[in-house]
Ligand binder design. Sequence first.
Ligand code: ZN
Length: 247
Amino acid sequence: MPNSGAMRNARRNPSNDWKCAPNWLPTLGNRSRGGVCKVWGVLNDLLKAARGVRGWRDWRDWREGLDMRTWIPIVLVAAAASAWWLGRGATGEEPMTEPGTVEIYSVAEGKLIQVERVSLSDAEWKQRLTPMQYAVLRHHNTERPFTGEHCEKPSGVGVYQCAGCGTDLFVVGTKFESGTGWPSFYEPIHKNNTGATVDRSYGMVRTEVHCARCGGHLGHIFDDGPPPTGLRYCINSASLVFVPKAE
Ligand SMILES: [Zn+2]
């Protein structure tokens, strides 16, 4: 029976004389009316009981008077709200990638240059990048530690560029061994070339760092790095392409 829980409540509380799904739903079939009955019943239970709660004893009576069919939706809603709260920002707070120009430092030209922002649709990014690059750069994923190709410091000099748009991001000279399993740098190649936002995902407050030209997510910035900056740019290998300097 679709409304047996409600019927139980009605038996337990003789004054519980609410009617099932209202008659303004004539076009719904019996199955839909059954679903509406349950929701309608739960809402009525809560409203009616809440009106009578005046103290701790009333609250305890009310709580004990509710059956499983009333508690399950409450627990599910609370769980969904908690999951949303902890997970919000995991893919939100996207860095700005609308069209326009941005001034970045170019190693090849040895100066600041004006370039067009790279603004692509999600489908275009998916086509352009490898699955790992796409997951990290466009959806803020983090590669597992010690799995990326740029964990080790290269023997020669060179530049790490954004795997999404080729912007120069870091030079080998600022890379250090952090022991974390992710490529770590104490500063970017130029302050214009990266941007930072507050990242509140997974219940933590961290500083997210991204490419200034395409908005691609690179990693996070922490304040436990070595001199001269004291910062640790903890970067995903998947977001970088290494270009050795030929000399
Ligand atoms: Zn980029």
